[in-house]
Design a protein around this ligand. Structure first.
Ligand SMILES: Nc1nc2c(c(=O)[nH]1)N[C@H]1C(S)=C(S)[C@@H](COP(=O)(O)OP(=O)(O)OC[C@H]3O[C@@H](n4cnc5c(=O)[nH]c(N)nc54)[C@H](O)[C@@H]3O)O[C@H]1N2
Ligand SMILES: Nc1nc2c(c(=O)[nH]1)N[C@H]1C(S)=C(S)[C@@H](COP(=O)(O)OP(=O)(O)OC[C@H]3O[C@@H](n4cnc5c(=O)[nH]c(N)nc54)[C@H](O)[C@@H]3O)O[C@H]1N2
Ligand code: SF4
Ligand SMILES: [Mo]
Length: 688
């Protein structure tokens, strides 16, 4: 499957090693071919074992995205009314001076009235929260609680295993049973899927646990199409069966876990019949899965974030993360669970982000998942000052944050000063007062950790910045200078920041030489316990949760928006990613948009028929938060009672200028204060 590297017989060609910047577990090693200063091709680096020379369809189009005719190439200033998306070019010096003046005025009154809004448009540590973090620390701005993707899962995993730790992804190849749980690996974790295929060829059984019949579910031996938000019930029923059939590793339980007697009692309340009712799956499927999990060695679980975007998401991750300790699966390097590996990287955040620049100030935390409500909140004793300025980079909140009507109303405030750093005029960029052109991964330095493997990658610039684009780091460097911040850390260049990111914990020369470096980590990290929890054990019963007055054991917490067949919102909606987009990135790349065609809602024939909906019909998807329109696809990819609104389209490409987040809500998860995109009840009707 691997593609050979280009031969460089032509002396005008050279290749540059880089890293995929996108929010994807795979963090691939890139090789960019450059001819006469122009990037002609981006390929997977065959020398990096996990990339193996292969990229997904999206990033294979990276030159199409970088040289897109709509790339922002000059700083721009708003001319029309807020949100009109009308701008005129302005010089960098003028833009920087004016932004610094406006931020300075606001900060002089209330530094916390300024809010940075960023996420993982690039996962690079330098163009992510590197120089920008220094800038906002020095300013004393509000801090952003970066919850929008993985907060519930992170909290669940940390409260159970002690951090974002787990199996090494390459060892899944040796597993005999793999549960792919809440993950469409073919779409969003392609290089894991390659490893799972290797295991399958060697005789492993693959089971996919997902409400949607994804391309991954189709290719597994079995698909368990449970209702959204019922994963903890399934996991507890598996435990019930492990207990009643004594498929337990008693020695492991005694030595390496905390709270087994209590968890045992909880799990015994979940016979398969009870879980089958809650999950909407046959009892036999649960019984068989438990038998397979209890009797197959080694058994591995690839958990992904798809199952934690519901009310009980944190508890669900906790329940699943307990399973390998019951059977002692951790004893083998191909046993255990992997949700995220990112906690294993020795990132030197103090050096990179310089929280010391806060000088003892402790700014408030604003949750990015409730930006709709928070932008509309007036000043109060509890909240503090109203948000007066927003600096957005590496994110497109107007498209991706829940409850769009409120997000849009917030961004539309005439008294809000908004600066957006972007590659394109996204939905968010439309609301900017200043729109600043940022470089892409081909044009800047960066350094990367990964959340689906344990290699560090370096990204070197392959080409000069296009137009007047600047790296995020340089934009914040210039802003710092204009604000009069004269600490030496504001003059450090990007290569220096790359070196600081891991300090002496990773050999930078190795990164310069080969583009990647593997962390030295044990193969079976918890074979003998040693979890990074306070107790050193796998914490079934978590003392910190108990101390907070919460349930210390994992439990099934039903979705807040359970669809009621007789009520106004009879269908559950999930909105997982469309395969050829990455969140809202790539939506404007013509070749990929052609594949995805238009926003669709997958609906089961049993739900479509009574509504007189046929494939290709325009439908309204609505609840009391709003309505969006898209095309119906009557399909067995949807289970009865659940519709799949594939995301995340730009609103401006939507059928009536909206997208799926028009109907999602701002309620937060049980643990971690995360969003609940997939805990959403709606009604669907044909547009006649
Ligand atoms: N092509 C592509 N790749 C991506 C992304 C993308 O947008 N497109 N997004 C990236 C990002 S931001 C992330 S966070 C990662 C991981 O991103 P995830 O959002 O975890 O991506 P998926 O692997 O698609 O997993 C979601 C799966 O969970 C299923 N699901 C929904 N609700 C439930 C539930 O209640 N229980 C269970 N068991 N399953 C449920 C969905 O149907 C879907 O198939 O992937 C990254 N990779
Ligand atoms: N309904 C629904 N909503 C969801 C999800 C869902 O499954 N369903 N998934 C959620 C998840 S998991 C996530 S992670 C969030 C993702 O939300 P975001 O992190 O906002 O991700 P993107 O939509 O990809 O937007 C990233 C933006 O950053 C820009 N960018 C990339 N690189 C750079 C750079 O170097 N500099 C600058 N200045 N800009 C850059 C890109 O052009 C892009 O517009 O969305 C969430 N929203
Ligand atoms: S698979 Fe993921 S990491 Fe690899 S190129 Fe595609 S988006 Fe990037
Ligand atoms: Mo995400």
């Amino acid at each position: 499957m691997s593609t050979p590297a280009p031969t460089l017989a032509d002396p005008t060609l050279h290749t540059v090693r880089g890293a995929c910047p996108h929010d994807c577990p795979d963090t691939c090693a890139l090789l960019t071919t450059v001819k006469d200063g122009v990037a002609t091709r981006v390929q997977g680096n065959p020398a990096h074992p996990l990339t193996d020379g292969v990229l997904c369809a999206k990033v294979s189009k990276y030159t199409e995205r970088s040289y897109h005719p709509d790339r922002l190439l000059h700083p721009m200033k708003r001319v029309g009314p807020k949100g009109s998306g009308r701008f005129e070019p302005v010089g960098w010096d003028e833009a920087i001076a004016d932004i610094a003046r406006r931020l300075g005025e606001i900060a002089a009154r209330h530094p916390e009235a300024v809010l940075p809004y960023s996420y993982a448009g690039t996962m690079g540590l330098v163009q992510g929260d590197g120089m920008s973090a220094r800038f906002f620390h020095r300013l004393g701005a509000s801090k952003l609680d970066q919850t929008i993707c993985s907060a519930a899962g992170t909290a669940g995993l940390t409260h159970t295993l002690g951090g974002k730790v787990g199996m090494k992804v390459q060892h899944f190849a040796e597993a005999r049973l793999i549960l792919i749980w809440g993950s469409n690996s073919i779409g969003s974790n392609l290089h894991f899927w390659r490893i799972a295929q290797e295991a399958k060829r060697a005789g492993a059984r693959l089971v996919c646990i997902d409400p949607r019949r994804t391309e991954t579910a189709e290719k597994c031996h079995e698909h368990i199409a449970l209702r959204p938000g019922t994963d903890a019930a399934l996991a507890l029923a598996l435990m019930h069966q492990l207990i009643t059939h004594d498929w337990l590793d008693h020695d492991y339980l005694a030595r390496h876990t905390l709270g087994w007697p209590e968890l045992r009692e909880r799990a015994l309340q979940w016979p398969p019949e009870r879980a089958a009712e809650v999950c909407g799956v046959p009892v036999q499927q649960i019984v068989d899965l438990a038998r397979d999990y209890g009797t197959t060695r080694p058994a591995a679980i690839r958990l992904n974030y798809g199952m934690q975007r519901v009310h009980g998401g944190g508890n669900a991750v906790r329940a699943v993360a307990c399973l390998p300790a019951l059977t002692g699966a951790w004893r083998h390097r191909a046993g255990g669970v992997l949700l995220s590996s990112s906690g294993q990287f020795p990132v030197q955040r103090q050096a990179l982000q310089r929280p010391d620049l806060l000088g003892g100030r402790r700014p408030r935390l604003i949750n990015m998942s409730t930006i709709g409500d928070d932008l509309l909140r007036p000043a109060s004793a509890a909240f503090g000052p109203a948000i007066e300025a927003l600096v957005v980079y590496n994110s497109n909140p107007v498209a991706v944050a829940p409850e769009s009507a409120k997000v849009v109303a917030g961004f539309a405030r005439e008294d809000l000063f908004t600066v957006v750093l972007e590659h394109f005029q996204t939905d968010t960029a439309d609301y900017a007062d200043y729109l600043l052109p940022a470089t892409t991964q081909l044009e800047h330095w960066d350094i990367h950790l990964a959340y689906g493997h344990t290699d560090v990658l370096l990204n070197r610039p392959a080409i000069a910045p296009l137009g007047e684009a600047l790296p995020n780091s340089e934009i914040f460097r210039r802003l710092a200078r204009a604000m009069g911040y004269d600490e030496p850390c504001f003059s450090e260049d990007d290569e220096t920041l790359c070196r600081q990111a891991f300090g002496d914990r990773v050999r930078f020369d190795t990164l310069l030489e080969q583009g990647f470096a593997s962390l030295p980590l044990p193969d079976a990290p918890f074979a003998e316990g040693g979890f990074p929890t306070p107790s050193g054990r796998c914490e079934f019963l978590n003392p910190q949760l108990v101390a907070q007055g919460l349930d210390g054991l994992p439990d099934h917490l039903p979705n807040r928006e359970l669809p009621d067949p007789a009520g106004p919102w009879p269908l559950a909606m999930i909105s997982p990613p469309a395969r050829n987009f990455l969140n809202s990135t790539f939506v404007n790349v013509a070749s990929l948009q052609r594949i995805e065609h238009e926003p669709v809602l997958e609906i089961h024939p049993d739900d479509a028929a009574p509504r007189r909906i046929a494939s290709g019909d325009e439908v309204r998807v609505f609840n009391d938060r709003g309505e969006y329109r898209c095309k119906a696809e009557v399909s067995l990819r949807a289970r009865p009672g659940v519709v799949n609104g594939l995301g995340v389209w730009w609103r401006k490409y939507g059928l009536n200028g909206t997208n799926v987040n028009e109907v999602t809500g701002q309620a937060l998860t049980d643990l971690g204060r995360g969003p609940t995109f997939y805990d959403c009840a709606v009604q669907v009707s044909a547009v006649v």
